[in-house]
Structures are given as C-alpha cells and as structure tokens.
Write a protein that binds this ligand. Structure first.
Ligand code: ADP
Ligand code: MG
Length: 252
C-alpha cells in the first residue's frame, strides 16, 4: 500500500515538473451559508486523465465542479488553473426537469456552447458555426439540428449537451451525471463516446454514481464524502475498503 502511494506521489511529481497538470485544487472548502458542502479538498487533474468523481448523493460532487468552473465562490483554499482558463472548460451540467423543456433548436443549444468565448460580442463567427456543425456530426445528431430540443429523447438530449460542451473546449470536459436517467443501451453508447473523446486527447472529469462504470472507463477516482475519501488511480481504488463496501452494497 505504502509503496503504491509513494509511486503515485512520485508520478504526480514528475507530471508537475513536466507541466502536465491542468488544474490543481488545494484545500478547497465551499459553504452554502453556514453549511459546509465541500471540505478541505485537494486533488489535481493532469492532461489525458479520465477522472471519475463518485460518492453518495449530497457528498459535494456538483458543488466542487461548480467551484472549479468558477460558478460559485470557494470559501477557502486555492484553485490553480495551470494550463487552462475557467472559460475554456466544456461543461455538461447535472440535468433538472426544467432544463429538459428548454425551448430552442438543437443547433441553437449546441452553438450556445461557444458563448463563453465571445465576451460581449452578440454574434457568432463563421468558425464557431462550423465548430457547432462539426460537433453535431461527431455525435451523430446533425440530422436533428432543426428539431426542438425539448422534443428529443433523453439520450439525444445528452448528446446535444455533450456537443455543446465540446464547443466550449479543446481540452477539458466536465460532465455531471451524464448518463443518469438513460436506458442501458443509450448509457453504453454515451460511455463509448466519452471514452473515444478521451482517447483522442480530451481530458475528462465525470461525476457519476455508477461505480462499476467509473472503474471500467476511468483512469483516476476521486471519492467524495464532503471531504476526500479517496483520490488516486483506479487500480489503487480497487484495493480500498470503501470500494469493496460500495460494490458489496450493489451486489446485495
Ligand atoms: P452531489 O452532487 O454530490 O449530490 P451537491 O454538491 O449537489 O452534492 O450538494 C452537497 C450539499 O450541499 C448537499 O447537502 C446539498 O443539499 C447542499 N446544496 C447543494 N446545492 C445547494 C444550494 N444551492 N443551496 C444550499 N445547499 C445546497
Ligand atoms: Mg450532483
């Protein structure tokens, strides 16, 4: 165990020296009023990682992601954006019922992913429109471009949101529960697409409570329980009591 931990620390140190770390979170704490949602969380995300963030409902996963994106303020600690700006992160938010009813066309939703690069410019450039089409093609939704987003199936909607997130980034995607509510076939398709993007150079942070899939597809795990319960490689995670307990509960 100790040897493993030392190896991991050493490997991270080398990545640090080689300038491979995209974002480094140090002792981050986030409160809602007086309630602590994320406490003293430290981890980093390296180029090429597929980091799965797991943990029970209410364990601070979404809050931590919003902190990383700068959508909410952190109360203490530091987030060091070493090789990426906040605005260059692609984000697929956790879905709410209201969002599913969003009244816009597929093309408009995808293109809106380019908004964070525009500053105060209200128009989209030719290049941005091309990018939207390219991402719709990549995700197999080009034929749906004129359809209304709210008329799509859950799986199609998630593809649209993934294409939208891709418009915002070339390097890092944050996906908050991207397969929740999807049937098993569509879920498997989404996982395959995400793995494909990762193997083509996009770093992925995925929030999920599907632990078997997290260890199947991910390269690193951050297990949250307000504080960090575990952070390390999938192989190390599989040796932990917390993993065995979670898997045991699933099998019962
Ligand atoms: P997870 O994504 O792991 O399910 P969240 O980050 O959504 O967890 O929530 C962490 C904790 O913060 C929970 O106790 C939740 O009730 C609380 N919380 C989340 N969002 C808000 C909010 N906007 N205002 C107050 N409390 C919140
Ligand atoms: Mg959440």
């Amino acid at each position: 165990m100790l040897v493993n931990a030392l190896n991991t620390a050493n490997e991270r140190w080398i990545k640090y020296m080689e300038n491979e770390i995209l974002i480094s979170c140090k002792n981050v704490t986030i409160n809602y009023d007086k309630k602590v949602a994320v406490e003293d969380v430290s981890f980093d995300i390296c180029k090429g990682d597929y980091l799965c963030i797991v943990g029970e409902n209410g364990s601070g996963k979404s809050t931590l992601m919003k902190g990383l994106l700068g959508l909410i303020k952190i109360n203490s600690g530091e987030i060091d954006y070493r090789l990426i700006k906040k605005q260059e992160i692609g984000y697929l938010p956790q879905q709410t019922v209201v969002q599913r009813d969003f009244p816009a066309s597929v093309y408009e939703v995808v293109l809106s992913g380019c908004l964070n690069q525009n500053g105060f410019r209200p128009f989209f450039s030719h290049k941005q429109k091309e990018k939207a089409y390219k991402n719709m093609e990549l995700l197999g939704i080009k034929d749906l471009s004129k359809k209304s987003y709210r008329d799509l199936s859950g799986g199609q909607q998630q593809r649209v949101l993934l294409a939208r997130a891709l418009c915002a980034t070339r390097s890092l995607l944050i996906l908050d529960e991207p397969v929740t509510g999807l049937d098993p076939v569509v879920t498997a398709e989404m996982y395959t697409i995400i793995k494909h993007l990762n193997s083509h150079g996009i770093t992925v942070i995925m929030v999920s409570h599907d632990i078997p899939s997290a260890v199947k597809y991910g390269t690193r795990i951050l297990h949250m329980g307000r504080k960090v319960q575990f952070f390390g490689t999938v192989e190390e995670y599989k040796d932990t009591d917390i993993y065995l307990r979670m898997i045991g509960e699933e099998e019962q």
